[in-house]
Design a protein around this ligand. Structure first.
Ligand SMILES: [Zn+2]
Length: 145
């Protein structure tokens, strides 16, 4: 994606009032309030069930991408919903200089990876104990940035 297209994409998203960066669809409340630090569970579920992008909120095609920490990648269990590969790259570039955990993860953006896949499973935890957030498991890995 060109820098111009990436800028246009990000310009349509709300801004984090503290950090000044564009906030993805999955981190924006229904009332429009937005924080790049927190993942909104209701939006995550909406992305999974409707197959829409966690960054721009538009329908996904194929391949899809997952963005997350190296730990999430090693476990093949991502918390951030699937995104368009271009949207994933744009939001990682947007957050690259932040020195705080973003998108619902404690890890710094510089430690994040982007994995592309042709499909995924949405896994909802059966237990209410511990970390019971839903995760996404890529079912075939195409590439890793
Ligand atoms: Zn998108």
């Amino acid at each position: 994606m060109s820098d111009v297209r990436a800028a246009a994409l990000l310009a349509e998203l709300p801004r984090d009032p503290e950090l000044g960066v564009a906030v993805p669809f999955a981190c924006t409340q229904d009332d429009g309030s937005a924080s790049v630090s927190s993942l909104i569970r209701k939006r995550v579920t909406q992305c999974a069930l409707s197959r829409i992008c966690g960054v721009c909120g538009q329908s996904l095609g194929a391949p899809v991408a997952f963005i997350g920490s190296r730990v999430e990648f090693d476990r093949l269990a991502f918390h951030f919903p699937p995104v368009h590969p271009d949207c994933g790259r744009a939001i990682l570039a947007e957050c690259a200089d932040l020195k705080v955990g973003v998108l619902g993860q404690p890890s710094l953006p510089e430690q994040w990876v982007l994995a592309t896949t042709s499909g995924f499973e949405h896994e909802r935890p059966s237990s209410r104990e511990g970390d019971n957030r839903p995760t996404f498991r890529p079912n075939s890995l195409i590439s890793l940035d």
